[in-house]
Design a protein around this ligand. Structure first.
Ligand SMILES: N[C@@H](CCC(=O)N[C@@H](CS)C(=O)NCC(=O)O)C(=O)O
Length: 220
C-alpha cells in the first residue's frame, strides 16, 4: 500500500495518458484523474509542465511530466506486474519499443489518423484525407512490417510477459482503432493476434469501454 497521493492530469483519449492509465491499473495503484484537455490548457498548467503537454502526474504536490518518465517511476512503486525488466538488455529493448511507439507510430496512428478521422471532425473541423492516405499507404506499412517481424515468434515485444513496450504500442493502436482503422490481418497476422491478445486484458477492456463512451458523447 503506497502512501503517496497520485493525481493524473490529462484526457483519457490521449495515447500518452492512456499508457499512463494502463500502467496505473496494471500496477494496481490508486489514483485520481483531473481532466485537462490539450486544446484548452488552464493557465496554472504551465507551472506543472512548461511544455504544456499531457499527461502530468503529481505525487503528493510534486509534478512529473512525460508519460515515459511517469510510467517508469510508477513501475518502481509496486511489485505487481514489473513493466521494466531487471535485465539491463531487456530493459533497454523495452525503452526502445516505447520510444518507437511514442515518436514513430504516434505521428501516424494518433496525430494523423485519430486526429483527422475523429478529433477534428468532432470539433466541427474537416479532417485531412490526403494526410490519412499518405500515412496508410506510404508511412505505416514499413512500421507495421517491423512489428510483424518482431512478433513472429513472441507473444510480447520483449521477453515472455507484458512490459511497458506493449502498453505504449497498444495505446497507439487504440487511437488507430478509434480512427476506424486496424492493421490488415492477412498482411500482418502476428501483429493482429498480438493486438487482439492485449485487447483482452481486463485493464485494456475497461479503458477501451470508457473511451468509447466518451467518443459516443463527443459524436452527439
Ligand atoms: N512525449 C510526451 C508527449 C505528450 C503529448 O504530446 N501530449 C499531447 C496530447 S496527445 C499534448 O498534450 N499536446 C498538446 C500540445 O502539444 O500543445 C509524453 O509521452 O507525455
Amino acid at each position: 500500500m503506497i502512501r503517496m497521493k497520485l493525481k493524473l492530469l490529462g484526457a483519457p483519449l490521449s495515447p500518452f495518458v492512456r499508457k499512463t492509465i494502463l500502467t496505473l491499473k496494471l500496477k494496481e495503484l490508486p489514483y485520481e484523474l483531473t481532466p485537462v484537455l490539450p486544446f484548452n490548457f488552464p493557465d496554472w498548467f504551465v507551472e506543472l509542465n512548461p511544455l504544456k503537454r499531457i499527461p502530468v502526474l503529481t505525487v503528493d504536490d510534486t509534478p512529473i511530466a512525460d508519460s515515459s518518465v511517469i510510467c517508469q517511476f510508477l513501475d518502481t512503486l509496486s511489485d505487481t506486474t514489473r513493466l521494466i525488466p531487471d535485465n539491463a538488455l531487456d530493459a533497454a529493448r523495452v525503452r526502445w519499443f516505447e520510444k518507437y511507439a511514442d515518436y514513430e507510430l504516434a505521428p501516424h496512428l494518433t496525430f494523423t489518423i485519430f486526429r483527422n478521422r475523429f478529433l477534428l471532425p468532432s470539433l466541427g473541423k474537416p479532417g485531412d484525407e490526403a494526410a490519412i492516405e499518405k500515412s496508410l499507404t506510404k508511412k505505416l506499412p514499413p512500421m507495421l512490417t517491423y512489428l510483424e517481424q518482431t512478433l513472429a515468434n513472441n507473444d510480447y515485444l520483449v521477453g515472455d510477459s507484458i512490459t511497458l513496450a506493449d502498453l505504449a504500442v497498444i495505446s497507439q493502436f487504440l487511437s488507430f482503432k478509434h480512427g476506424g482503422e486496424q492493421p490488415d490481418s492477412n498482411q500482418y497476422p502476428n501483429l493482429c493476434a498480438y493486438l487482439e491478445r492485449l485487447m483482452q486484458l481486463p485493464s485494456v477492456v475497461e479503458t477501451w469501454e470508457k473511451e468509447c463512451a466518451i467518443i459516443q458523447k463527443m459524436k452527439k
